[in-house]
Design a protein around this ligand. Structure first.
Ligand code: NAD
Ligand code: MG
Length: 367
């Protein structure tokens, strides 16, 4: 029996994780459940799963760390949204846990610190993000030795075919209408701006240890091919499945093994036929290039990109910033940032704090 902690259990990834665990009661036991601020939803899940530990992060940040390091926990599913997930990722890895990481923001903001915590504590980092799970599945024993390039796929979001001006004026309802995935609000907006794909490029850089010149993105509206891995001899492998986060969550729990699972809809090549690929329209989605540039700049730049994006997205969702303003706020904040090496948690936290204050100021002035 493996003990599981789910941080962010009331969200979209939290629900998919519990759906997976529900099918494998002989293998997994829920030890800890945390949520942000939704008491009723947490209580309902706690009644159903009877974890040893449960609580709201809004009532005490220590709770997240206690869940992430609980002695009966083997696997921590970090499904918190945003930078708020970083300390739990670090604590779990330092305590030697397996971290099934949905919270990509923690790796983007604190990549080297996260890898270092895993090295020192003996923890293992396994991606939940579908593109990164796909890459991992295409690699032999996690080894990137013969890889020349990773190509992550992007659905293109709801505005894939919209002209520039129309995208800049898109409403909240339009941006929340994702064509292929049903997800939390923040990542749904990130998918509409393509900031999500930049976060994923940075995530891939840290997870697989590849340079930015080896990381590419292609738009694939059907969301069936999740990534392509090109090897030095020119061969290319990919992983396919109908879009469901239960598959990558399951794989993150069992990697490097697999177990039989009768979960989401089985693949059917005829139903999946008509797969298409197209280039990213970088002019229409400037948040993508801004994020990749921040990744290349390194140091505290990715943390600043992430924080500015979080603040800008929150303002957009509140109706206080136009859609086109999200990338403008990110651009303005990054332009004023001089990256320094992200050598400690406090440096990263300070960069995050600074970027949030700057982004709030810019968003308020912009609206
Ligand atoms: P969500 O908004 O549906 O759920 C977020 C969860 O985190 C909730 O339980 C919420 O209560 C909790 N939470 C919110 N703020 C918190 C805080 N400050 N401290 C502690 N807990 C907090 O989000 P989601 O769509 O499930 O996404 C979670 C993470 O997984 C994100 O990093 C996202 O980028 C990543 N991800 C999601 C999907 C998806 O399909 N939903 C796919 C790939 C990656
Ligand atoms: Mg993804």
């Amino acid at each position: 029996m493996l003990g599981v902690a789910i941080l962010g259990c009331t969200g979209s990834i939290g629900a998919s994780t519990l759906a997976v665990l529900d099918r494998h009661p002989d293998r997994y036991r829920v030890v800890a459940l945390t949520a942000g601020r939704n008491r009723d939803a947490l209580d309902a899940l706690a009644r159903r799963w009877s974890p040893a530990l449960s609580g709201l992060a809004s009532e005490g940040r220590e709770l997240l760390l206690a869940a992430a390091t609980h002695p009966d926990v083997d696997v921590v599913v970090n499904a918190v949204v945003g930078f708020a997930g970083l300390d739990a990722t670090l604590a779990a890895l330092a305590a030697g846990k397996r971290v099934a990481l949905a919270n990509k923001e923690s790796l983007v903001a604190g990549g080297d610190l996260v890898l270092d915590a895993a090295r020192r504590g003996g923890g293992v980092l396994v991606p939940v993000d579908s593109e990164h799970s796909a890459v991992l599945q295409c690699l032999e024993r996690g080894c990137t030795q013969h890889v020349s390039r990773l190509i992550l796929t992007a659905s293109g979001g709801p505005f894939r075919t919209w002209d520039l001006e129309r995208v800049a004026r898109a409403t909240v309802a339009e941006a929340l209408c994702h064509p292929t995935w049903s997800m939390g609000r923040k990542i749904t907006i990130d998918s509409a701006t393509l900031a999500n794909k930049a976060l994923e490029i940075i995530e891939a850089h840290f997870l697989f240890g590849l340079g930015y010149d080896q990381l590419d993105v292609v738009v694939h509206p059907q969301s069936i091919v999740h990534a392509l891995v090109e090897f030095v001899d020119g061969n290319v492998l990919s992983q396919m499945s109908f879009p469901s986060m239960e598959l990558p969550i399951m794989y993150a729990l069992t990697w490097p093994e697999r177990i039989a699972d009768a979960g989401p809809r089985r693949f059917d090549p005829v139903a999946a036929s008509g797969l298409t690929f197209e280039a990213v329209r970088r002019d229409a989605f400037p948040a993508f290039d801004l994020g990749v540039a921040a990744g290349r700049a390194g140091g505290t730049a990715p943390a600043v990109f992430n924080a500015a994006n979080e603040v800008a997205v929150a303002h957009f969702l509140d109706g206080a910033l136009p859609f086109g303003g999200i990338a403008e706020v990110i651009d303005a904040v990054l332009s004023d940032h001089v990256p320094v090496p992200a050598g400690s948690v406090s440096v990263v936290q300070e960069a995050d704090r600074w970027a949030r204050a700057e982004a709030t100021h810019r968003a308020e002035r912009r609206s």
